[in-house]
Ligand binder design. Structure first.
Ligand code: SIN
Length: 362
């Protein structure tokens, strides 16, 4: 029985009469295709979208509800697609790590290769959603839509945003217009590309934006209104992670007035193969940090300059002589996404010029 059918039974366990909609969805066997109805697979990982209000202690707990409960809570989903799904994790996204990224990449690649799956929706906590989206964008090879979605308010909260976001995400995943656009993020009525989206508010709505490119489109009443149709760069790097069970260690050093050089040493001593500098302004560095990073670069550690400033680009050789120090410039990637890309590139090369090419191509 469908998620929705189970819900109906819960409301009236003695009802055996099937509605027209139940006939429509209840008869579908796995692998069977009903003309016109897309098949969406939901991968649930937790987050506030699966969170619940609690009466004591912290106001709510993330990662409590299972994926069936999420689907059942939005009856309008029923009209859009047939669903399958699985609980990949049920955690708050501050606990997401690279092993979950690899697990998701493996599973999503399997699903998009399956002719019985038309699109994948991934429910995720919003805190690190952009990093998971970026990782999948760089590791999933399919034009089929893969859409990440979360919520800022848990189920049961006044103005809970999860149901509308989920409906939007499924609308995107079922639309042929979404094909071939890389991994997408649907949040608060806007559609974003994984590369550009970032969380900008931990409490207010809308909480995501794409600082340098803006959203790809608006989501209104289940329809996508595209703002721009640039398509993906043909130079975009794609990484095969099917044989990987871990990624190279890459750390981030956060720039501020008086950033301290020993922090660079701590990252080097920890065995980092790459360091991302979340520098100030256009990726500028305190002179002591510059010296320490130049030294690290000289020892073969990849050093990427990004910026803690959300808008604008970190370009090569502006105030820092990247050519001289062998640094890589992150362009418009924020530090946390520069880290994701650097981890993946380091599985192939340690050469700064090659790494810069990957950054320029994404
Ligand atoms: C989380 O990222 O898991 C908690 C916060 C959220 O989902 O909004």
């Amino acid at each position: 029985m469908t998620f929705f059918g189970r819900l109906k039974k819960m409301i009236n366990p003695f009802s055996s009469a099937r509605t027209a909609e139940e006939e429509d969805t209840g008869k579908i066997e796995p692998g069977e295709r009903v003309r016109g109805r897309p098949k969406i697979h939901v991968l649930a990982t937790g987050g506030t979208i699966a969170g619940r209000l609690v009466s004591t202690g912290p106001r709510y707990r993330a990662g409590v509800l299972g994926f069936e409960a999420l689907l059942d809570a939005v009856p309008a989903l029923r009209g859009l697609a047939d669903y399958s799904g699985e609980q990949v994790a049920n955690i708050a996204s501050q606990d997401v790590d690279e092993s979950l990224w690899l697990k998701l990449a493996h599973r999503v690649n399997e699903l998009v290769d399956n002719p019985d799956v038309d699109g994948v929706v991934i429910t995720h906590g919003t805190d690190t959603l952009e990093e998971t989206a970026c990782f999948l964008d760089l590791t999933v090879r399919s034009p089929k839509p893969v859409v990440l979605v979360g919520a800022i308010r848990p189920a049961g909260a006044l103005g809970a945003d999860g149901p509308a976001n989920l409906l939007d995400a499924v609308s995107v995943a079922t639309s042929s217009d979404s094909a071939g656009r890389g991994v997408l993020v649907a949040m608060h009525g806007s559609l974003f590309e994984a590369r550009d989206v970032t969380k900008v508010s931990s409490s207010a709505l809308p909480s995501f934006t794409a600082p340098n490119s803006g959203p790809l489109g608006q989501l209104i009443d289940g329809r996508i209104y595209f703002g721009h149709r640039t398509g993906l760069s043909p130079k975009r790097p794609v990484f095969d992670v099917s044989r990987l069970d871990k990624l190279p260690l890459v750390g981030i050093i956060y720039g501020h007035a008086g950033t301290s050089a020993p922090l660079v040493k701590a990252l080097v001593d920890a065995g980092c193969r790459g360091i991302v500098s979340a520098g100030v302004g256009s990726g500028n560095l305190h002179r002591d940090v510059l010296t320490a990073l130049a030294d690290a670069s000289g020892r073969g550690i990849a050093v990427v300059r990004a910026s803690r400033v959300p808008f604008g680009l970190t370009l090569r050789n502006v105030e820092v002589d990247d050519n001289r120090f062998g640094f890589i410039a992150a362009g418009s990637l924020n530090p946390q996404k520069a880290r994701v890309l650097l981890q993946l590139v380091l599985t192939k090369t340690q050469k700064p010029e090659e790494i810069q090419k990957a950054f320029d191509g994404y």
